[in-house]
Design a binder for this molecule. Structure first.
Ligand code: FES
Length: 103
């Protein structure tokens, strides 16, 4: 894992949570409320939806196409390659249930 912009937080019973800065809120706003970023080998889609900032995988469960290539419309991301659709609310798959995006 990249150590740049990484924060480690010790939790109860010795567990450790690691957080990675993807962008500032100013950068997100400048990108129209949606941007993608590679962190190590993960392509991540960062966006604002209904007042919350969320991060999900930008890799489609069908064949790996980019989910966030186009801006979301009416709370839905549509994959660039074959139009599978995912909910902005939680990354659930609206085309083929049971194949959600990682968050
Ligand atoms: S790769 Fe996304 S719908 Fe096919």
């Amino acid at each position: 894992m990249s150590t740049e912009n990484t924060i480690k937080i010790k939790k109860d019973e010795g567990a450790e949570a690691i957080y990675q800065l993807l962008a500032t809120t100013a950068e997100l706003k400048k990108s129209g409320g949606q941007l993608t970023k590679w962190i190590d080998d993960h392509d991540i889609l960062l966006y604002e939806f209904e007042g919350e900032i969320k991060a999900i995988s930008n890799v489609c469960r069908h064949f790996g196409g980019p989910i966030g290539y186009h801006k979301a419309k009416k709370g839905v991301f549509t994959c660039l390659w074959h139009n599978w659709q995912y909910s902005c609310k939680d990354g659930s798959n609206l085309t083929h249930c049971g194949l959600p995006l990682r968050n």
